[in-house]
Design a protein around this ligand. Structure first.
Ligand code: SF4
Ligand code: SF4
Length: 345
């Protein structure tokens, strides 16, 4: 990438770090990037290591910590860690499958003043969600959790991974999110990595991405002021000229930390090739500042093909790098979900 790149950015710290707090999960989602399972997680950072890591993030000026999994509530110390991060003045977000949220947990989360609690719900229909998540009863528990958290005053974000099984369900998902008391309905792109690699056939086509973006744009207008509808990675600016421009922040202003302490540009880069370092062996700051892998992402490589002539190139930069890498094994390739690239659209 280096020869064709622009001047690399040298941010002293990421704005946001997402951390898979555990590799354990009580569900079996077909689209899981982390291949999370029920086996004991021998490699997860211990409480003392996790606290050291959290305080280093705060010391170097990281603004936001997002706790992912696996399922975070399978960690017995998760509330202790959130409390610690809040005491370190970090903004904290959390993503959960919602199956382990009790009234007492919801109350504690509300008291801890999280920036948002994201509850994953993949369909307005229980049977479709449960099929996705691999465990009957998951939808009932997730919707119960979302309602409970919202009732306690938490900012609830309903997040839906978009596939061929639910792309037609967007209006109903927005309706359900509002009914549950959520502040936001967010769509999440499906990138077939981890266990999701076996379900690549569930990816929507660029045509479906375009039609879905139009539906989301209409939903934004109709729920204005009542529910934030956030099309996470679906090129909203191609259907609504005033919409925010998405560009990939991986390794530039954000990065991810796996449950074993491996630092990567983004959670969607699996395997050993994208590990910038491990926080057990090195200070996070040193990895962030010195890793050649993260530098490669900051160089913003010039893209090939359709992107090069695109009016959005400066802000879009070819879309999601993990999706491009997954589809083409090439960082100069465009995002496979962009319909401007697809000749058939
Ligand atoms: S053609 Fe490339 S730069 Fe233009 S919107 Fe699509 S992915 Fe982004
Ligand atoms: S690689 Fe994709 S999912 Fe990760 S930060 Fe970039 S755009 Fe977002």
């Amino acid at each position: 990438m280096g020869a064709k790149g622009r001047t690399p950015l040298r941010p002293s710290a990421p704005e946001l770090v997402s951390w898979d707090v555990t590799s354990r999960c009580n569900l079996r989602c077909v689209h899981c990037y982390a291949t999370a399972g029920t086996e004991p997680a021998a490699d997860d950072l211990g409480t003392a290591e996790a606290k050291r890591f959290i305080s280093e993030l705060a010391d170097i000026g990281v603004f936001q910590l997002v706790l992912l999994g696996g399922e975070p509530f399978l960690r017995g110390d998760i509330l202790t860690l959130i409390q610690y991060a809040r005491a370190c003045q970090l903004d904290v977000g959390l993503s959960t499958n919602g199956t382990l949220i009790t009234p007492e947990v919801a109350r504690q989360l509300a008291d801890l003043g999280l920036n948002g609690v994201q509850v994953s719900i993949d369909s307005s229909r229980a049977e479709v969600h449960d099929q996705f998540r691999g465990v009957p009863g998951s939808w009932r528990k997730a919707t119960y959790a979302a309602r409970l958290l919202a009732g306690m005053g938490c900012k609830v974000i309903v997040a839906t991974v978009i596939t061929r099984l639910n792309i037609d369900d967007l209006p109903e998902m927005a309706r359900l999110s509002a009914e549950l008391g959520a502040s936001e309905f967010r769509t999440v792109r499906f990138i077939p990595v981890g266990r999701g690699g076996a379900a690549a056939n569930l990816m929507i086509s660029p045509e479906q991405a375009r039609d879905g973006a139009r539906v989301l744009s209409d939903l934004q207008a109709s729920y204005d002021g009542k529910l934030k509808v956030r099309p996470d990675e679906s090129f909203p600016f191609l259907v609504s000229p005033g919409a925010w421009r998405m560009f990939c922040t991986a390794g530039v202003t954000t990065c991810a930390v796996r449950s074993n302490g491996d630092v990567t540009p983004c959670s969607y880069f699996d395997g050993p090739d994208f590990v910038a370092g491990n926080i057990r062996g090195h200070r996070f700051e040193s990895i962030w500042r010195n890793s050649p892998i993260l530098y490669a992402f900051r160089e913003a490589p010039l893209l090939e093909g359709r992107c090069r002539e695109c009016a959005f190139i400066e802000s879009c930069r070819g879309g999601c790098r993990a999706a491009a890498w997954n589809a083409h094994h090439d960082f100069t390739a465009p995002d496979p979900y962009c319909w401007l690239v697809s000749r058939s659209v």
